[in-house]
Design a binder for this molecule. Structure first.
Ligand SMILES: Cc1cc2nc3c(=O)[nH]c(=O)nc-3n(C[C@H](O)[C@H](O)[C@H](O)COP(=O)(O)O)c2cc1C
Length: 364
């Protein structure tokens, strides 16, 4: 059993009792975008069971086309923010810490979907992942408002008493669409090479920092893979990754949440460091790793109802003890079992269950 997983961790004004993070997981249980009592109690159960930091499901900002499902929680408007206030109070009531994941789906949205079916979708340049131009590129004012929409969410997070924020820059959603040359064909600001494209998120981080002040940690989630192309890579050498991630470090980010499907897989040849391991080594920033913790199959099949078998945590203990990364996020295992961290803490490994593909239907 790894003792390092149960050591405390501090960053800016935040101290966590251990290294376990609940991974952000969209649950679509917020009709009309309002998280209700059932959602608050779902997070409260994790807070009561030793999860060090809860990162909420993606919660969408106030750009009209930010979502592609009206059951995703909003992060604006009186009713939704009141719902989030209740979530924060419930989690804090159990001594937990919580960060909202600030989200905009960009061109993943199909026209006619989400909370505002008539709204236009946002994108870097109106070009899809197949290279097809399907709408006009946004104006500079529209792009500036996309940046500010994250900061408006960040301001609300601060006002509601959240403990940190996570900016969703991964998985082929809006920010990642700016990173990716396939979908970002912009000329001028935020177009060009990888570092110029990264500046969109750089400005999001800078505006969010102004909104939350100096004592609130800002986390950026990023991934090489895109839902539109699992084999895509933004940075295929450590040198490129270092330059890319330093854009966010210079902008004032505190932690990098490095999303991969299987945490034990090395990122570059010649080293067994994973994505979060390299990000930490190259930037000196704190990093969060993730991917199939406690399970033997990755999460891509989860949306199609696929299950996964429980697996040993020995490799996680080894990498954590070695100090490869600072925190570890757990997705499906915690989605299904609110007591998962308690069981690990108490060494009740034989009680860690297989992941049931039907778990998505219930807020356990
Ligand atoms: C049902 C479900 C919803 C998810 N929603 C989000 C999300 O809103 N934001 C995000 O960044 N990742 C999302 N993910 C990815 C998870 O955060 C995590 O990276 C992934 O599940 C791998 O962790 P796991 O193997 O422990 O499940 C989701 C995953 C699942 C299974």
């Amino acid at each position: 059993m790894s003792s390092s997983l149960f050591q405390s961790f501090a960053c800016r004004g935040l101290t966590l009792p251990n290294r376990f993070v609940m991974a952000p997981m969209t649950r679509s249980f917020s009709p009309d975008g309002v998280p209700g009592e059932n959602v608050a109690e779902y997070y409260e159960r994790r807070a009561a069971n030793h999860v060090g930091l809860i990162i909420t499901e993606g919660t969408v900002n106030d750009r009209p086309g930010s979502a592609n499902d009206a059951n995703y929680p909003l992060f604006h408007g009186e009713a939704a923010l009141k719902g989030w206030q209740n979530v924060v109070e419930k989690v804090h009531g159990k001594g937990g810490k919580i960060a909202p994941q600030l989200w905009h789906v960009g061109m993943v949205r199909k026209p006619g979907t989400g909370h505002n079916p008539d709204a236009q979708s946002d994108s870097p340049s109106g070009v899809t992942h197949t290279g097809k131009a399907v709408m006009d590129p946004p104006s500079d004012e529209e792009v500036a408002d996309m940046v500010s929409s994250y900061a408006r969410s960040a301001k609300s997070a601060k006002e509601l008493g959240f403990d940190a924020i996570e900016i969703h820059g991964a998985h082929g959603y809006l920010i990642d669409q700016f990173f990716w040359d396939v979908m970002n064909k912009r000329e001028g600001k935020y177009g060009g090479d990888l570092l110029e494209r990264a500046e969109f998120a750089g400005d999001v981080i800078r505006e969010c920092r102004k909104a939350v002040g100096e004592d609130m940690p800002i986390i950026l989630r990023w991934s090489q893979w895109k839902q539109q192309d699992y084999s895509a890579r933004l940075a295929d050498t450590p040198q490129k990754m270092e330059a890319f991630l330093n854009v966010f470090k210079d902008a004032g980010v505190d932690m990098l949440h490095c999303s991969q499907r299987r945490f034990w897989e090395p990122e570059f040849e010649g080293s067994d460091l994973n994505l979060a391991g390299w990000a930490k080594k190259l930037t000196g920033l704190a990093t969060i790793s993730v991917g199939s913790v406690g399970l033997n199959g990755d999460f891509f099949g989860a949306f199609a109802g696929q299950g996964s078998e429980a697996a040993s945590l020995d490799k996680l203990f080894e990498m954590m003890d070695r100090g490869d990364f600072d925190l570890i996020a757990v997705g499906r295992a915690l989605l299904q079992d609110p007591e998962w961290v308690t069981k690990v803490k108490e060494g009740r490994m034989d009680e860690l269950k297989d992941y049931d593909g039907k778990a998505l239907a219930t807020l356990y």
